[in-house]
Design a protein around this ligand. Structure first.
Ligand code: NAP
Length: 472
């Protein structure tokens, strides 16, 4: 729909929508709103100074094509109907009640910044890190820049729990040539720390079978073909494999291809010529669950239970057999998934770690839609899918919002003037980062990066001292 065919709103002014979160979910939701035919003004409110969420702080630095989605997001935020309000924390600088006072609709797209827990003894020992924080650390996330993972010379055996794409991302970062990482936008301190590592073995542990590995074949091949990597798969585990049910055809196709690749790697055991790079043995272990992280003042191993698969509804579940084994490890990366967190004043399903919703409309615990409240992305559906999945998700949510606007079912904001939000934030001493500020910051990052043949040198503090000095 073009602007000449705008859908009328009952307010004789553009509809005011707040999108909470400027990651992939928030940016695609904003794009869908701009394309919806509604006469709309969108404020995108982000806790961090910089937008782009997981594209900036989650996608691996060597996946530059995916990272370049940031350009699309910036084009969305640059639209004159959009205001970017960075460095504003909903729940602290603006309450949810205030949001609904200032906007006709609020779309919660703040992602899943927490991590799932294993809930086993020893999980908190030094040397046991969640992969989500490790990823945020090497990506220069301001909240995680001080993590200092113990990657020194003693860390020779690493255990990674979980078989999703994040498990392969962190494995790749430990194996890739640091000179190659130094040409990405990875944080300098992370490149320096990774230069010091002498990791020789990485053990990736899956609680279910080969067909249930959650990573995609492309990412598996990427690790297996790295110079210096010997990927080890136990043929006995392949013999026990069961395809079982999969949520969709794509996931079943990926599983078949993964199993085919595992078979090739198992058959080629020991025959790969390891040229260049770091010599690292990456071993995939299937049908094992960690039951305890071992160590006194530092991780030194894992107590694992062997599993069988049991059919439960539409899923093959891992069930402990009572047979145990031990694995030595100097460092543990728990890569068992992200988890959404609650925002005070917004309904939250604590079991699933999502904002409950139907068709994109936020619902109360009893299933009633909350007027004017919508949700999209990982905080709506849980931490699954690729960046593009959020686009489809956002379009569905915005269709619901448009239908409600057309049906005149949206509550009308009591104080819709943009200046009232600005005044409130100024009164509270919030230093809002606007889109022009962000563009200046991004330009400085690119400039500093270009001096070392890197796409960008990312800041971890706000305001960044270098930006003030360079005054670009
Ligand atoms: P994920 O794909 O959900 O993988 C989580 C893994 O942890 C699964 O193997 C899961 O096993 C396992 N797990 C969960 N709870 C466990 C427990 N208590 N004990 C042992 N294992 C447990 O999550 P992710 O790797 O964090 O990735 C999140 C999303 O981002 C995914 O959709 C992923 O594809 C996407 N992503 C994509 C890329 C890329 O395209 N390159 C890169 C990074 C992330 P079960 O299967 O048995 O539950």
């Amino acid at each position: 729909m073009t602007e000449s065919h705008l859908i009328a709103t009952p307010h004789e002014r553009p509809l005011r929508v707040a999108v909470v979160g400027a990651g992939p979910a928030g940016c695609y939701a904003t794009q869908a709103l701009l394309r919806s035919g509604l006469d709309v003004c969108v404020d995108v409110i982000e806790r961090l100074p910089s937008p782009h969420g997981l594209v900036r702080y989650g996608v691996a630095p060597d996946h530059w094509t995916v990272k370049s989605k940031a350009l699309v997001f910036d084009a969305i935020l640059a639209d004159p109907r959009v205001r970017y309000l960075g460095n504003v924390t909903v729940g602290r600088d603006l309450s949810v009640v205030e949001l609904h006072r200032h906007y006709d609709a609020v779309l919660y797209a703040y992602g899943a910044s927490g991590d799932r827990r294993l809930g086993i003894p020893g999980e908190e020992l030094p040397g046991s890190l969640s992969a989500t924080e490790f990823v945020a650390w090497y990506n220069a996330h301001p909240d995680h820049a001080g993590l200092a993972p113990p990657l020194g010379r003693q860390a020779r055996r690493v255990a990674v729990i979980g078989m999703g794409n994040v498990a392969l991302d962190v494995t790749r970062m430990l194996v890739l040539d640091p000179d190659r990482l130094a040409r990405t936008d990875m944080a300098d301190y992370a490149v320096d720390a990774l230069r010091q590592t002498r990791v020789r073995e990485i053990h990736i542990l899956g609680r279910r079978g080969p067909s249930q590995a959650g990573f995609t074949p492309k990412e598996l091949v990427e690790v297996a073909e790295l110079p210096g990597v010997e990927l080890v798969v136990d043929p006995a585990a392949l013999a026990r494999d069961q395809l079982g049910p999969h949520p969709d055809a794509r996931s079943a196709r990926n599983a078949r291809r993964n199993v085919e690749l595992f078979g090739q790697y198992a058959a080629a055991a020991g025959s790969r010529r390891l040229w260049g790079g770091r010599r690292v043995r990456v071993q995939l272990h299937f049908f094992v669950s960690p039951v305890e992280v071992l160590g006194d003042d530092q991780v030194n191993g894992l107590h694992l239970e062997h599993n069988d698969l049991v059919a439960t509804g539409d899923r093959l579940r891992a069930a402990g057999t009572g047979r145990y084994t031990h694995l030595d490890a100097d460092l543990l990366l728990r890569s068992v998934g992200y988890r959404g967190t609650a925002l005070p004043g917004v309904p939250f399903d604590d079991r699933r770690g999502v904002v409950p919703s139907r068709g994109g409309r936020v619902t109360t615990p009893t299933g009633e839609p909350v007027p004017g409240a919508y949700t999209s992305g990982w905080v709506r559906r849980g931490p699954s899918g690729v960046i593009g999945t959020n686009k489809v998700d956002a379009e569905e949510t915005v269709r619901a919002l448009v239908a409600d606007a057309e049906a005149r079912a949206l509550p009308q904001a009591a104080a819709p003037e943009p200046t009232t939000v600005d005044a409130l934030l100024a009164e509270r001493g919030v230093q809002v980062v606007h889109f022009a500020d962000w563009q200046r910051l991004a330009k400085t990052e690119r400039l500093l990066g270009s001096r070392h043949h890197r796409p960008a040198a990312k800041f971890t503090t706000w305001p960044p001292p270098e930006a003030r000095r360079l005054a670009v």
